[in-house]
Design a protein around this ligand. Sequence first.
Ligand SMILES: Nc1ncnc2c1ncn2[C@@H]1O[C@H](COP(=O)(O)OP(=O)(O)O)[C@@H](O)[C@H]1O
Ligand SMILES: O=P(O)(O)OC[C@H]1O[C@](O)(COP(=O)(O)O)[C@@H](O)[C@@H]1O
Length: 303
Amino acid sequence: MVYTVTFNPSLDYILRLDALEKGEINRVTYENILPGGKGLNVSMVLKNLGHESQALGFVAGFTGEAVEKQFASFGCRADFVRLPDGFSRINVKIKAKEETEINGQGPLISEAAQQELFRKLEKLEKGDTLVLAGSIPNTLPDDIYERIMERLAGRGCRIIVDATKGLLLKVLAYGPWLIKPNNHELGEMFGKELRTEEELLAHAGKLQEKGARNVLISMAGEGALLLTEDGKSYRSPAPKGTLVNSVGAGDSMVAGFLAGYEESGGSLEEAFFMGVATGSASAFSENLATRPEVEALLRTIRR
Ligand SMILES: Nc1ncnc2c1ncn2[C@@H]1O[C@H](COP(=O)(O)OP(=O)(O)O)[C@@H](O)[C@H]1O
Ligand SMILES: O=P(O)(O)OC[C@H]1O[C@](O)(COP(=O)(O)O)[C@@H](O)[C@@H]1O
């Protein structure tokens, strides 16, 4: 079973307008509200691809109820910890001439609530996959991913971490099966801009030296690279298409990778191409990738 953990789920409020004028009243031409947060997105795309998962994490207030309801309406399973105070955040995604995002802070997660999540994680067993994805509300200690990985050590679970800089660096010592930084995040981890594929793969190798097993580097419209634990590397251009909404493209890539791995009986290469196709299928559509969209794109990049 795949479990996804989202510490800070959201309602993503997606707005489209011709131009965003700072300091003015702006009127939108399109609006939509979707459940968001990286782990939730992974679960929703897995569902679209025909794979079950269970989402774990924290929700609070009326926004949390809306997240739960909408998430369930996609046919996804969740077992969230409900927080007594505060509200799940609303993340504003403004699509004008350029994309601007304003992500909320999220509710307070008490020590008792954290323990409740830890209890839910006790059910993980050999062969299960855990996806730890997204930011940690700044009210929580930032070693929480490490604490989870420490507790699960030796159980034979595959752990995927999709988080930025500090959070990601801290978990490497626990040997995550897969990490997915984008090219900019990978550069930030080393305090430099990485321009060529050689530079990116070399730095992915440095993350492996610190403990990561497989490193998937996403590069938005430039496609992706994969460095596997047995030293093989794969590259893929992004499929051709028109960018419509890149929110959730990275999460979709993780879901596609997992689905591809499962469906191919454990091929990292197949997982990689399915990941790229799924990321791009989400980027080319208003909503998250669907199976037919992914399959159509996969045919354009795979043999
Ligand atoms: N503009 C785009 N055109 C085509 N594919 C894209 C585009 N943006 C994202 N993708 C696809 O989604 C994947 C993940 O996107 P990326 O933006 O790198 O992730 P993140 O959202 O984590 O930063 C890319 O590797 C690519 O396959
Ligand atoms: O947890 P974070 O880093 O604040 O990110 C949350 C946001 O990321 C998303 O999951 C999208 O992620 P990506 O675009 O990186 O795939 C949104 O749904 C959500 O609003």
